[in-house]
Structures are given as structure tokens and as C-alpha cells.
Design a protein around this ligand. Structure first.
Ligand code: HSE
Length: 307
């Protein structure tokens, strides 16, 4: 029987961009934009309070993704989920391809682990990654969210694995007002792709990792390395404004891609001093423009207060 701590834990989890162009379902980067959740274990009941993104729209019952992440952590060690009070302070735009679901699930798994006696021994980081990826369904976002930096995730028969590396980057996230669920965006993808497209993508994904590993980042190399044939072209008609923006930025020589499954656009700022203001002039009303850096730490427990 695993003991549950009567405690309050605070967890922060970053926004992430998956795919990065050619690295479909495998590459991800964590950004300096994060959600924060404070969880208190209580005798019974479930109270969820959400401020910021998703306030008034997210479920306030056990289907809330933070609670589901906690439930997965408790179930993994055979423990009973206690009563909970949750306060979520969200800044990651939801339904925009910025990993808000991954952040919620990862926060839940880490908060759950922190509320379990010897939680870190019972659920080590590798197990937390697999648990969160299994629940969320997208290992690319989950790996970047959990580990920070640039990540490469892959599936094995015994769960998800990932490696991370530090990258020093500045980027702009351009976030449209409309949402698109990843599930809907995946339905746009074909069952089969031409072999030559797969070959081209392999080359660009490999070039992308090599380019991001190089201490002297070349904008030209990054522009070539972010070209994709596997998913973005198939998604274009469902998010025409995002695609027009990607095309316009790339025509200016700015390495730009869809963030994850879209509809947000990620523009890498490399070798240029473009202030975010210059990007604002490229988008219509309702779009938001966020300048971000890479978050090297990933999701973490900020504090645990035992009663
Ligand atoms: N790789 C996913 C997709 C994004 O493009 O559908 C969410 O992880």
C-alpha cells in the first residue's frame, strides 16, 4: 500500500511545438511559456478552479486532464486518488498546436508522483514519460514538455523513449483566434505518402537536428531543414491563413512552420533582429504574437508543502 502525502504541490509545465516541420510525431521544443497548477490533497471531493486560458471552458470534474494525469500516476502504483483541490493558472493557448494538453497531462503525472510517498522511486522519469505519452497520445509534445530543450521521441514496445539536447533559440509564436483539435488535423493526413516525400523528409529532419546542434546556427540551413512534405501540405486547406503566413515568412527567408498540428505558426528568429512587432504587421486582428526562448528545464515541481 503506497501512502499519499497530505500536501500541496505546485507544478509548472511549458508550451511545446511538435514536428518543427519535417520531424512529424518525433521532434519537439519546449518554450518559455507555461501553465502552473497548484494541487492540494484533501480528504474527499474535487474542486477545480481555472484562471487564464480555458477558464470557464475546461471540465471541472475527473475528466480534467490534470486530474486524469494524476489518476494515471496513482493507478500505476495501485494507490487510491485522494480528494483534490486544483488551481490552474493557464497561459498556453488551447487547441492551437502549442501542447496545452501535454502540459496538463504532464503536470498531472508530476503532481500525482509528488503526492505519493517515494513517488520518484516508484515512477521514475522514464515511466513518467511513457505514462503521460500513453494518456495524451502524442509523445512529441509530451517529451519536450517533460524534458525541456529540443527532444526526439520514439515509441518502443515497452513505452515511449526520448533524448533531449540543449538549444539556444529565439522564436515567435503566431497564434490565430480559431482553434483546431489535433485529432481533426490528423484526419486530414493520408494513409500512404509517396516514397520520395518520405525520403525528402528523412533528409530534412536529420539536417534539422544537425543544424540545431551546431553552435553557429545558420538561417539558410534552418530554412532548408524545416521543409516538410509529410503533414503540412495536407493540412493547408483547413488552415489557409496559417499556411499563407508560413509561405510569406519562408519567402522572406524566415524559417517558419506549423507549430505541431497547427493552426499556430512558429517562426525561428535566427540571424535577424526582427522584433515581434514586425510580425504583428503580418497577421490580421485576433492573432496573438508571443516572443519565446527555449525552456531548458521542462516541467517540474516548484514546491511541495507538507501539512
Ligand atoms: N505530431 C502531431 C501531429 C502533433 O502533427 O498531429 C501533436 O503532437
Amino acid at each position: 500500500m503506497v501512502d499519499v502525502l497530505h500536501a500541496t504541490v505546485q507544478v509548472t509545465a511549458p508550451a511545446t511545438s511538435a514536428n518543427l516541420g519535417p520531424g512529424f510525431d518525433s521532434l519537439g521544443i519546449a518554450w518559455t511559456m507555461a501553465d502552473c497548477v497548484t494541487v492540494t490533497a484533501v480528504a474527499s471531493g474535487l474542486v477545480i478552479d481555472v484562471s487564464g486560458e480555458g477558464a470557464g471552458a475546461l471540465p471541472d470534474d475527473a475528466s480534467h486532464l490534470v486530474v486524469r494525469g494524476m489518476a494515471a500516476a496513482f493507478a500505476a502504483v495501485g494507490a487510491q486518488l485522494p480528494g483534490l483541490r486544483l488551481h490552474c493558472r493557464n497561459t498556453i493557448p488551447q487547441g492551437r498546436g502549442l501542447g496545452s494538453s501535454a502540459a496538463a497531462v504532464v503536470s498531472g503525472v508530476l503532481a500525482g508522483r509528488a503526492l505519493l510517498e517515494h513517488g520518484e522511486q516508484l515512477i521514475d522519469d522514464a515511466a513518467a514519460l511513457s505514462l503521460a505519452a500513453q494518456l495524451e497520445g502524442h509523445a512529441d509534445n509530451v517529451a519536450a514538455c517533460l524534458l525541456g530543450g529540443l527532444t526526439v521521441a520514439w515509441a518502443t514496445e515497452s513505452g515511449v523513449r526520448a533524448v533531449r539536447q540543449d538549444v539556444d533559440l529565439r522564436a515567435v509564436l503566431l497564434v490565430p483566434p480559431q482553434v483546431m483539435a489535433t485529432s481533426a488535423s490528423r484526419e486530414l493526413l493520408p494513409e500512404l505518402v509517396p516514397h520520395r516525400d518520405a525520403v525528402r523528409n528523412v533528409g530534412r529532419a536529420a539536417l534539422l537536428v544537425a543544424t540545431l546542434n551546431n553552435p553557429v546556427l545558420s538561417r539558410e540551413s534552418l530554412l532548408a531543414a524545416t521543409q516538410d512534405w509529410l503533414h503540412q501540405p495536407y493540412r493547408a486547406f483547413a488552415m489557409p491563413e496559417s499556411f499563407a503566413l508560413v509561405a510569406e515568412l519562408r519567402a522572406f527567408g524566415v524559417p517558419a512552420v506549423l507549430s505541431g498540428s497547427g493552426p499556430s505558426v512558429l517562426a525561428f528568429l535566427v540571424g535577424v533582429d526582427d522584433p515581434p512587432g514586425s510580425f504583428r504587421s503580418l497577421v490580421t486582428e485576433g492573432w496573438r504574437v508571443h516572443e519565446v526562448l527555449v525552456d531548458p528545464s521542462g516541467a517540474r515541481v516548484l514546491r511541495t508543502l507538507r501539512e
